[in-house]
Ligand binder design. Structure first.
Ligand SMILES: [Zn+2]
Length: 247
């Protein structure tokens, strides 16, 4: 195995303390999914400043086969995303995106698509206002469900086969969307209803890039419904609910 590794497009997902003065960073890469590497250097180190959450660029790693460890040698940042630090809501939404990527091991397969979705969502968040942050996050999570093969069909009721048009209910037992009539018969204690506004918004925006979400408005009630259903689905898939989703 080569000792020097280059990842042409690496996104910093998180950085945490490691040892006394050093850090460990997790990167999302198209080649290997999540890649962890030690980042040596004190507070004034150029490398340490470059390896910050949401920065994206060319990553140079050294692999030590004896210790089976990797350390970052250089990180040539191409996208800085300073706008994510200017606003609390954007930072929280960005953390929810990167935390979901980490917790699901980058989606587990098509890593170039994982990287594209995470990267596009973070770039859209850079200029987003409060309401747009939540919409971009819900859109990200819905598409992330698709990426991991868990996105339910929006077109037909999973129980009776009726075409869904004006809303749906998520059934945890079916792990699918059902029509309102079949939804009345589910034994769900939690209300996982997608009203007409939330249902239509998911349908028209699911294939749009995150940067174009501003073209479709969504009222507060519908946004809350979409958010409850989409985070509920993801919690079911993961077997736990991440508190970073509740920003
Ligand atoms: Zn039905």
């Amino acid at each position: 195995m080569s000792r020097n590794l280059i990842f042409n497009n690496a996104l910093v997902l998180r950085v945490r303390p490691f040892g006394e003065a050093n850090r460990e960073a997790a990167f999302l890469t198209a080649e290997e999914g999540v890649v962890n590497a030690a980042v040596f250097g004190g507070p004034k180190s150029k490398l340490r400043a470059a390896v910050s959450p949401f920065h994206q660029g060319v990553l140079y790693l050294y692999y030590n086969p004896v210790k089976d460890s990797r350390k970052a040698v250089d990180f040539d940042v191409k996208i800085w995303r300073p706008g994510l630090r200017e606003n609390f809501g954007r930072a929280m939404a960005a953390g929810a995106v990167s935390g979901t990527v980490s917790a699901t091991h980058a989606g587990g397969g098509d890593w170039s698509r994982s990287l594209e979705l995470a990267s596009d969502s973070l770039s859209a968040l850079e200029t987003a206002d409060e309401g747009a942050c939540a919409r971009i996050f819900v859109h990200f999570l819905w598409n992330w469900l698709d990426l991991i093969g868990e996105k339910p069909s929006l077109s037909h009721c999973a129980v009776c086969g009726l075409t869904l048009e004006n809303g749906a209910v998520f059934s945890p037992w079916e792990r699918a969307l059902v029509c309102p009539a079949c939804g009345d018969n589910t034994r769900s204690a939690v209300s996982l209803v997608l009203g007409p506004g939330a249902y239509r918004w998911l349908s028209v925006t699911e294939n749009l890039p995150p940067s174009q979400l501003g073209r479709w408005s969504l009222d507060a009630v519908s946004l809350a419904q979409a958010r409850t259903v989409v985070t509920g689905m993801m919690a079911l898939v993961m077997g736990k609910r991440l508190n970073i989703w509740d920003f």
